[in-house]
Design a protein around this ligand. Structure first.
Ligand code: IMP
Length: 205
């Protein structure tokens, strides 16, 4: 009996799951974690469009992206959206983190704008939050990942991207831009949201 079940498992087709992203690095990261699924990106299903993310919260944007793919390509899909939420700014830039300094701005423009907005502010508490929306066999699920920390007064480190040089996670002396990627991925907002997604997918297989 054991023989047959092993044989059957190894022949079982991997289920296809679209990750609604054009970002090659994010896709590779997820493919390395979700080994039981054939995870493909938007390009792989012929979707070259920029999906308009115009919701006013992270959950809304993640849902827009996942629904766009499922409704147009009739396939299971998940999508993520991330924001940096700064306590002294009532949660800004939040869902607008990518274009905080204006349409077409660079990561560095955003960092400069945030440092200016917090100049002299005693409360520098902030958190990154990621929401993942998953459309699986006609049902929708959401997963969240949060990392708490603070915004430093100047940039430290050259690694990572976005707000990494000014974000220092709680319990660490370095910013995200100063730590090895493996450590960041373990403790980060996106890392935690993905771990929650993986736990769920593993639990239903
Ligand atoms: P997205 O939803 O992953 O595209 O993230 C939106 C924006 O949040 C990005 O353009 C970055 O400015 C910022 N961001 C997201 N994740 C990170 C991160 O891990 N480190 C620093 N900034 C990030």
């Amino acid at each position: 009996m054991g023989y047959y079940s092993v044989e059957f498992d190894s022949l079982k087709m991997k289920e296809k799951l679209v990750f609604a992203t054009h970002n090659k690095h994010k896709l590779e990261e997820i493919q390395n974690i979700l080994k039981n699924y054939e995870v493909v990106g938007l390009r792989d299903i012929g979707c070259m469009e920029d999906i308009v993310e115009d919701a006013d919260d992270l959950q809304g944007n993640a849902k827009i992206k996942a629904d766009f793919v499922t409704n147009n390509y009739h396939i299971n899909c998940f999508a993520d959206d991330t924001g940096l939420e700064v306590e002294a700014l009532d949660g800004a830039p939040g869902v607008y983190s990518a274009r905080y300094a204006g349409e077409g701005c660079s990561y560095h423009d955003n960092v400069v704008k945030l440092l200016d907005a917090l100049r002299g502010a005693p409360n520098r508490r902030a958190r990154f939050r990621t929401v993942i929306a998953l459309n699986l066999n006609g049902k929708q699920y959401f997963f969240e990942g949060i990392v708490n920390g603070k915004i430093l007064e100047e940039e430290h480190g050259n690694g990572g991207f976005g707000y990494d040089p000014i974000f220092q996670p709680d319990g660490y002396e370095e910013t995200f831009a100063e730590m090895p990627m493996e450590i960041k991925n373990k403790i980060s907002h996106r890392g935690k949201a993905v771990q929650n997604l993986v736990k769920f997918l593993d639990s239903i297989r």
